[in-house]
Ligand binder design. Structure first.
Ligand SMILES: Nc1ncnc2c1ncn2[C@@H]1O[C@H](COP(=O)(O)OP(=O)(O)OP(=O)(O)O)[C@@H](O)[C@H]1O
Ligand SMILES: [Mg+2]
Length: 280
């Protein structure tokens, strides 16, 4: 089988103090995917993501990047983080410079790029997140949603192949979610592999193409979204409810498969209206 872009084998992690967060976890991240790490609170999502760019070092197990085991030397970590960018759940944990432009240019300048090259990357990253108008704002004066986008732009300016996002939609209103997902979709279409954690089954169902269901530090099942989220046993074990859209689609007798229209809220509502109109 072809080696995935990033793979995790038998990962175990025990926090200092003795809490075991990951218990022999396996995960495959294929190039070009939108993979949701779906699990209830405390299932180990954040802990896993911290391992995906070397912020945490496994107690046991292995991580492979393009088939090669990763290293933890300063240099190996730098190379790794150039390929895999992590966006933390709290933007305040990620932003540190006085202005948006300074914050987003920090990574590229640190890569050794010239001011002009770094400036170009900053411009591109701000445009991609639709926040060019915020470039000269002081970061601490931004709203939560704006900070979140700046944090993503900062990682994007490093041009990583994989963007790893911890609960990217948490704390955003529905307008903010739509905008953020639109920006991430564009990044995905331009070639980025996206991995994001969430406890929101509806988000995973409508937006991810693959899902890994987490429970108590292991992956219960990983695979194509509609298939995995139709597995009632796995969802029950993970203390998650099936997506409402899936349940409605099934009640209407619609067959759900990869790329199925019923995975979009609008398409399902249209179908529901059609059926109701047919009963008149
Ligand atoms: N710094 C820490 N020290 C000790 N234990 C921790 C630490 N951070 C997390 N844990 C524990 O590790 C386990 C997994 O936590 P983690 O934060 O990875 O879960 P999560 O799936 O991201 O949860 P949430 O949905 O609430 O963000 C939990 O039992 C948690 O209490
Ligand atoms: Mg978490």
């Amino acid at each position: 089988m072809k080696e995935p872009l990033l793979a995790v084998h038998g990962l175990e992690y025990v926090y200092p103090g003795g809490v075991t967060a990951l218990r022999g976890l396996d995960l495959r991240i294929e190039r070009g995917r939108k993979l949701a790490i779906l699990g209830a609170n405390g299932s180990g999502k954040t802990t896993l993501l911290l391992h995906l760019n070397g912020l945490c070092k496994p107690t046991q197990g292995e991580i492979r990047l393009e088939g090669q085991p990763v290293g933890y030397s300063h240099r190996a970590l730098n190379d790794w983080r150039r390929q895999v960018g992590l966006i933390l759940q709290e933007p305040d944990d990620q932003l540190f410079a006085a202005t948006v432009r300074q914050d987003v240019s920090f990574g590229p300048l640190n890569l050794g790029l010239s001011n002009a090259e770094a400036g170009e990357r900053v411009g591109e990253a701000l445009d991609a997140l639709h926040i060019a108008h915020l470039a000269d704002r002081a970061t601490h004066t931004l709203s939560f949603g704006q900070k979140k986008r700046v944090a993503i732009a900062g990682v994007l300016a490093m041009r990583p192949e994989i963007l790893v996002l911890d609960e990217p939609t948490a704390g955003l209103d529905s307008h903010g979610v739509t905008h953020l997902l639109g920006a991430l979709q564009q990044l995905h279409e331009s070639g980025a592999t996206l991995v994001f954690s969430t406890h929101d089954v509806e988000l995973a169902y409508t937006w991810a193409d693959h899902v890994a269901v987490f429970h108590d530090g292991v992956v219960l099942r990983q695979g194509e979204t509609a298939t995995v989220l139709s597995d009632r046993d796995v969802l029950r074990q993970a203390r998650l409810r099936p997506p409402l859209l899936l349940e409605v689609a099934e009640a209407l007798g619609v067959k759900v498969s990869a790329g199925s229209l019923s995975r979009s809220r609008e398409a399902l509502l249209a179908l529901l209206r059609e059926r109701l109109a047919g009963q008149d």
